[in-house]
Design a protein around this ligand. Structure first.
Ligand code: SF4
Length: 353
């Protein structure tokens, strides 16, 4: 395999928690963009299984199978190990090391004021989230990014705050520590705002696993059609003869993303004049989604049938990621007084103790 780590291109880092099979929302919100970015940047994409432990520590039984599913969906969506580095976070040792060291310099107040910290503690009732790992989650995330000295982190509008905290941690680190030539070790990453079109779930709310309203990338055609049939529509269209408005209908939103211009024109014409029924309109949306997912599902089947290849890709990704991350760790250890000289001094001193 080629070695994308030697590239002089700008570096991009992003990851996803292993929540199980990915859905259209994950695809349009992230993966679809990642596939594009891998042609332009030196990209590292990882499955954040250590992040899953911050909330699922009491029962980690799902993390392994979910990680496998996400890896398959990454490859199925078109991430290409010849163009980017794909790895599992826990298989790259520096991901255990940098959070400890950055934890030394991160003020507690920064972590306690992260909005999702309080929010999740209040709203998640089936898990005890008073653990240190959950509070330290942003340090784990900052480490993920800073380990690769990433230039950009592709995120949607709502995740910009997370990158901002990473920038603050990098800034604080750089205030304390520098290279011998006074240059900064941890560059502040920039947000790479990526387009994420409004993608409604089958109940009209944002597509999300926690709402149970998803269409999975791996759903077979009959399942996709069955999920779309009861999908909510423009509430003004109560009877068949009532005209509707695709701009007020979640099915209309799906058409805008997946259907051809020709079909979209037919939807507008038919909906606003009550010329078509919602059942027919949904079947067109299903046609478009099935067609969009066909190449993804073909690739998934190929990788599913070759688990050894998937293991090799992930092992190779972990090796490349470790090589890159270790470069950063050497600089960080050295700057924080933990350089190789210290090791030599200690080991030489041991016989005399
Ligand atoms: S015809 Fe289509 S766009 Fe119009 S309300 Fe029905 S499902 Fe929505």
């Amino acid at each position: 395999m080629s070695n994308p780590t030697s590239s002089a291109r700008k570096r991009v880092l992003s990851g996803m928690r292993p929540t199980g099979k990915l859905h259209l929302g994950n695809y349009m919100g992230a993966l679809h963009n990642w596939v594009r970015l891998q042609d332009e940047y030196e990209c590292y994409f990882f499955i954040a299984d250590l992040h899953a432990l911050t909330t699922d520590y009491a029962d980690p039984s799902g993390i392994g199978p979910n990680t496998r599913d996400v890896a398959l969906d990454f490859l199925a969506a078109g991430l290409d190990p010849e163009k980017c580095t794909i790895f599992i976070q826990s298989k790259v040792e520096p991901h255990y090391q940098l959070p400890l060291l950055l934890g030394m310099i991160t003020p507690l107040g920064w972590l306690e004021r992260v909005p999702s910290y309080k929010e999740m503690q209040e709203n998640v009732t089936n898990k005890d989230l008073t653990n240190y790992g959950f509070l330290g989650y942003p340090v784990l995330m900052a480490s993920d990014i800073l380990l690769y000295q990433a230039d950009f982190v592709p995120v949607g509008q709502d995740q910009q705050a997370h990158v901002e905290l990473t920038r603050e941690i990098a800034r604080r680190f750089n205030q304390f520590y520098k290279r011998a030539d006074s240059t900064e070790i941890l560059p502040e990453p920039q947000v790479l705002l990526t387009p994420s079109p409004k993608l409604p779930g089958t109940d009209g709310r944002k597509m999300s696993k926690s709402y149970g309203n998803t269409i999975l990338l791996s759903d077979p055609e009959p399942e996709i059609r069955a999920k779309l049939k009861p999908m909510v529509t423009d509430p003004a269209r109560i009877r068949r003869k009532d005209p509707g408005n695709p701009d007020k209908c979640p099915v209309g939103d799906l058409h805008k993303i997946f259907s051809s211009q020709e079909t979209i024109a037919k939807v507008y014409e038919g909906c606003t004049t009550a010329g078509i029924g919602c059942i027919e309109c949904k079947s067109w949306a299903a046609d478009a989604i099935v067609a969009a997912l066909a190449p993804i599902q073909e690739r998934r089947t190929r990788f599913e049938q070759n688990p050894a290849l998937v293991s090799d890709i992930l092992a190779d990704g972990a090796r490349r990621a470790t090589a890159r991350a270790e470069q950063t760790m050497q600089e960080v250890r050295s700057a924080m007084g933990l350089g190789s000289n210290t090791v030599a001094t200690v080991s030489q001193a041991v016989p005399n103790v």
